[in-house]
Structures are given as structure tokens and as C-alpha cells.
Design a protein. Sequence first.
Length: 189
Amino acid sequence: MDDEEMAALGWVPVEGRGSLPFALVHGESLVAAASWAVGEAGVQLFDASVAFEQVKESGRPLLLHDPLCPLVPADFLARAVDRCRETGQTVVAFRPVTDTVKLREGDVLGATVDRSGLRAVTSPVVVPGSVLARVDGLDTTDFPALVAQLSDLGDLLWLEAPAIGRRISGQDDLTGLEALSRSLSSAPD
């Protein structure tokens, strides 16, 4: 088999994300930036026109890269695929939760939740072929819900994403992410 036949498959889903995947980051759409990173990671990119059955039958890992995490580095995507191949587990990228989280009882805020055990799902999620073979489809519109579904099918391997890999939810987040990326690229090694 050649390298292309062995490469993981990659998909950058835009469904359920409104128009935000088409906003610009450093002059490129988020979906284009995410797709570029998938290719640079050595992953074979495909689009929604490929039937899920074909993906399952390939037996290859599937890297799902959320375009709302547009600046995840290609080397991190490649590392997530490698970890999936090494362990046979679904790999889920996350960022630590740094916000204060409170319980709510009706209209009253309650106790503060210990955030040390909390994770914010980010991108990518890499699903091994053995797990794909056991599902009829994947709902990629909501990565945290997808991760919950996948956790029922086997152990998850959590991989901490770099700060630049955070998920955005609007233009303000995008402006902050772009500024972070500029500061990281200008920082001395």
C-alpha cells in the first residue's frame, strides 16, 4: 500500500456552525485554514460527498477537525492521529477550563465547581477504524455531544491542545485568537 492508502482520513465539517466557518482569520476562511492544516498533517482530506459507508470500509482512522478551531497546528493534528494509531483509542483534544463554574439552584447561584476535572472539547477528534465500524454515522454538528457518543464505544484518550487550538464562538473570540497567533509567531524561540 502506498502512503495515500495508509493515511488517516480527514473531514472539516461546517454543518451546524452557521456562517462562522467562512469568517476570515489571517485573510483565509476558517474552513480553508482548518483544511490546510489537515493536509499538512499528512491526512487525506475528503468532503461530505463521500458516503460514510466508504469511510467505514476503509478501516482507517477518521480525523474530524472543527473549523471553529481554525489555528490548530498541523503537527498537533498529526500527533493526535499517531496516538490514535498507537492506542486504538478515540483521541479527543481538549483545553483546560479556566473560567469559574458555579452550580445554579433555580435563580440562585450555588457552590463553585472544582474545575480541575473539567475539560473543554476542542479539535481534533480522531476516531479509529474499529470504532467507526460499530456506528451508523457521526453527528459532527456538536463535538461535545459526539464525544459523549464515542465514550459509550470505548475509552477516550484525552490530549491537551495548545492554546492556539481553542474553539471560537463568535467574532470577538476570533479577534482574540488572531491576536494570540500573532503574538506567538513574533515571540522569540
